[in-house]
Design a protein around this ligand. Structure first.
Ligand code: SF4
Length: 439
């Protein structure tokens, strides 16, 4: 997301305009993902569509860094399949993309026509925004190729991150979603260097970052939500901040599995047994806590007993929001060499069994919300909400979790608009969502 935003910001700053269709544009920039095979296919299809409809295509992003079968050169994979693309760049290559744009569609005459706001252009709706705190990752999980494409962890300077957060709140953002490959590791690469913000020394460290973000959000009454948090011991100290309401009591923790041997084969940065204890401690420190996680079923060598261990973990940990992928090999990942690959049917069957348990847990959790009054951030409100609307509570991250469907208000005078915080009483649970009335 952030790469696209940087490119868009730059394009706008130079006076270029964006088009809603491929056909209506002078050229098309396709930002790709090369993480999983499905994403590779989707990216290649999009490039094909853009070539067919427009003809002038620049490719950027992770897929642009990949080599094909015939050469070790970065970008050769895309060129092998779509030889007519104008340029191919890897991720975080705003300048290279801009150079290619300048070559093929020279800059408009007056670069000052479209002035860009100081915080850049956000692709997400105005009331929520992503804050990327670092790039890359120091781990080497056996199923993942992100470190080989994006390199080791590079944390952004704390002052820059906090300035961006304040600018986003000033521009009307009501919810900030902190993202990275490994949020808990923020600052490890710079040895938690002390930076400066607002004239004060602040450490480049997750806990200091979270505390500061909470303080910055306070005057705006805004939410701060943490994603990709690995369960390292220091994360325990974030829970009291959640209990105090400084940041949302929501943690997105990609556990991927629970059995220690599978985690070892996955080369995951966390220990399975300790994770259960940690979750129990977290819930004690902050009973409101909602945990989101993703899991992989059918990893190479996973025995039925190991899988059952995962199901038991899911029950005991009561993960509020869980997603599960059937293991799918990724080209270039070391997991491909692990013996004991499982047939596709077994992987799929385990995924389905996992999701059945996950859905039971989630349904019971949602049912328990009936009767509660929640603060809801409004994402959609046609006719000023007179026809009802859709929002989210602290338990729902945008795009990945459920929603709160708000019923049309009884009094026509009760209106709401996108980006408002409203209070709503839950009257029913409906699949992954809640149904509520304004109070
Ligand atoms: S922690 Fe593991 S899965 Fe996540 S980006 Fe790093 S290597 Fe990949």
């Amino acid at each position: 997301m952030t790469d696209s935003e940087l490119i868009l910001t730059q394009l706008r700053a130079e006076g270029y305009e964006t088009s809603k269709t491929f056909a209506g544009a002078d050229l098309v920039i396709v930002n790709t993902c090369g993480f999983i095979d499905d994403a590779v296919k989707e990216s290649l299809d999009t490039i094909g569509e853009a070539l067919a409809e427009n003809g002038k295509v620049i490719v950027t992003g992770c897929l642009g860094a990949k080599a094909g079968a015939s050469s070790t050169d970065a970008g050769s994979l895309v060129r092998e399949i779509h030889p007519s693309v104008l340029a191919v760049t890897g991720p975080h290559a705003t300048q290279e993309v801009m150079d290619a744009v300048h070559t093929h569609v020279p800059k408009p005459h007056d670069p000052f026509i479209d002035l860009v706001p100081s915080f850049g252009v956000k692709l997400t709706p105005k009331h929520y925004a992503y804050l990327k705190i670092s790039e890359g990752c120091n781990h080497r999980c056996s199923f993942c190729i992100i470190p080989s494409m994006r390199g080791d962890l590079v944390s952004r300077p704390i002052g820059d991150v906090l300035n961006e957060a304040r600018a986003l709140f000033e521009s009307g953002v009501k919810e900030l979603l902190v993202i990275s490959q490994d949020t808990s590791a923020y600052g490890v690469d710079v040895k938690y260097r002390t930076g400066f913000w607002d004239g004060k020394p602040v450490k480049t460290k997750m806990l200091d970052l979270v505390a500061q973000l909470g303080e910055i959000a306070k005057p705006y009454g805004a939410w701060v939500r943490l994603h990709y948090v690995y369960p390292y011991p220091h994360v325990d100290e974030v829970l009291p901040m959640m209990a105090q309401g400084l940041v949302l009591p929501y943690l997105d923790v990609p556990f991927q599995h629970a059995h220690p041997d599978v985690l070892k084969r996955m080369k995951r940065p966390a220990n399975g047994e300790k994770n259960m204890e940690r979750i129990l401690r977290w819930r004690e420190a902050c009973p409101e806590l909602v945990i989101r996680s993703t899991f992989i079923a059918g990893f190479p060598g996973e025995t039925e007993a190991e899988f059952q261990y995962l199901l038991d973990f899911m029950q005991e940990a009561q993960i509020d929001r869980a997603g599960c992928f059937a293991y799918s090999p990724v080209e270039g990942a070391s997991a491909n060499d692990i013996p004991g690959a499982l047939p596709t049917e077994v992987r799929e069957e385990r995924r389905a069994r996992f999701m059945a348990v996950a859905e039971q847990v989630s349904a019971a959790k949602l049912q328990a919300r009936v009767g509660q009054t929640l603060q809801v951030l409004v994402d959609a409100a046609p006719a000023l909400g007179r026809k009802g609307g859709v929002g989210r509570s602290y338990a729902d991250a945008p795009e990945i979790d459920g929603t709160v469907k708000i019923l049309p208000p009884e009094k026509a005078s009760k209106t709401m608009k996108v980006g408002d915080f409203v209070r709503a009483r839950v009257v029913a649970a409906d699949g992954h969502d809640l149904v509520a009335t304004l109070v």
